[in-house]
Design a protein around this ligand. Structure first.
Ligand SMILES: Nc1ncnc2c1ncn2[C@@H]1O[C@H](COP(=O)(O)OP(=O)(O)OP(=O)(O)O)[C@@H](O)[C@H]1O
Ligand SMILES: Cc1ncc(C[n+]2csc(CCO)c2C)c(N)n1
Length: 319
């Protein structure tokens, strides 16, 4: 079949019921997790630049808060208005090799009983240490007994210093039946922009988790975008029309990991069929947008990355 591209009007009705889809994403739930999911906010080591009101709201909406190493400095600086605010925004964990965590911030959070775990390995990033820790937190009774109060005084909460978290994770994951694991909505702040190698590493995590720990639903939030992975074989993206109109701008379907074929889209301004897409060949659907009134459908041969432009100042009204 030959490729097609059509230009749609600004709003069209898409009949979601008539579309056989494998996967479903509700845009709002990327930021305001479904109550049935476990949820975590992961703060990475870049200056926090989203509006305060939004940050505080997102904080409240997530069960678990984790800082990757120096990200704790960023949190500490961000909530500097007064001490009473800082004590209200304590993360559950700080983890990393602790090369970028300042002594002042380490002492502050330690005194407030935040669990601070040192992992010295230089063969994984602080990001992956965080992701393994989040999975252990939600799925491993053994991990909880290790870090329980009776062990709190033990050095490093009883966790082997070099790569204890990875060892515990690897042994837990062997007996984990993915289909029975409660999904984890993971919103990451600070992983995109800034240093380019770190940004690309963040993108690799979308693919890695989709393959190796598919119970994670990872999404990055920046001041300009939401970035997440669309699974192959058909995904229905749902949204409230008012939310779409107020908070959402352009989008891009980005075949970063591998060249693929967009089998079909329905509800984009420029809808395609049988459309080969590749970074190497310079063929990417960028500066597109959602015109489906309540939903849009994307069916690709392989997993693909989607970025959606967001208007952060407006988001707060919909959370
Ligand atoms: N400039 C950045 N852009 C994007 N993500 C970042 C950036 N800096 C840090 N991060 C993320 O925050 C995490 C913790 O930051 P940290 O400064 O401790 O990095 P790190 O793992 O020690 O890396 P490196 O030693 O290469 O600087 C990193 O693993 C990375 O995922
Ligand atoms: C082939 C290869 N390239 C780079 C690193 C270095 N490295 C990767 S993750 C990490 C920790 C950053 O917190 C460091 C230093 C390595 N080990 N192996």
């Amino acid at each position: 079949m030959s490729e097609e591209c059509i230009e749609n009007p600004e709003r069209i009705q898409i009949d979601a019921d008539s579309i056989k889809h494998q996967n479903r994403v509700n845009l709002k739930e990327l930021i305001n997790p479904n109550k049935g999911d476990n949820s975590a906010l992961l703060i990475l080591n870049q200056k926090i630049d989203i509006p305060k009101e939004l940050f505080y709201k997102i904080w409240k909406l997530h069960d678990l808060k984790i800082c990757a190493d120096g990200a704790a400095n960023r949190l500490y600086d961000y909530v500097k208005d007064d001490e009473s605010i800082r004590t209200k925004y304590l993360p559950d964990y700080i983890i990393g090799d602790l090369d970028s965590l300042s002594e002042k911030v380490f002492n502050y959070y330690k005194e407030k009983n935040v669990v601070i775990i040192r992992q010295t390995t230089q063969y994984s990033t602080d990001f992956t240490k965080c992701v393994n820790l989040i999975s252990l937190h939600f799925n491993s009774p053994k991990f909880h007994s290790l870090i329980s109060n009776k062990n709190a005084l033990q050095s490093n909460h009883g966790i082997e210093l070099e790569e204890g978290i990875h060892t515990l994770y690897n042994s837990m994951t062997k007996s984990l039946v993915f289909s029975q694991v409660t999904p984890i909505s993971l919103l990451a702040l600070g992983g995109i922009g800034g240093r380019f190698d770190q940004t690309i590493h963040s993108i690799t995590q979308l693919y890695t988790l989709s393959k190796e720990a598919s119970y994670f639903k990872l999404c990055y939030i920046t001041v300009t975008d939401l970035i997440f992975l669309i699974n192959k074989n058909g995904t229905l993206i749902k949204y409230d029309p008012q939310f779409r109109n107020s908070c959402i701008g352009n989008c891009g379907l980005l075949p970063i990991g591998e060249a693929t074929v967009i089998n079909e889209t329905r509800g984009l301004k420029w809808d395609v069929k049988n459309w080969p897409t590749s970074v190497v060949n310079g063929r990417v659907s960028s500066s597109n947008r959602f015109v489906g009134k309540e939903c849009c459908y994307i069916d690709t041969k392989d997993d693909i990355i989607l970025n959606i432009e967001i208007f952060v100042d407006k988001l707060i009204n919909f959370l």
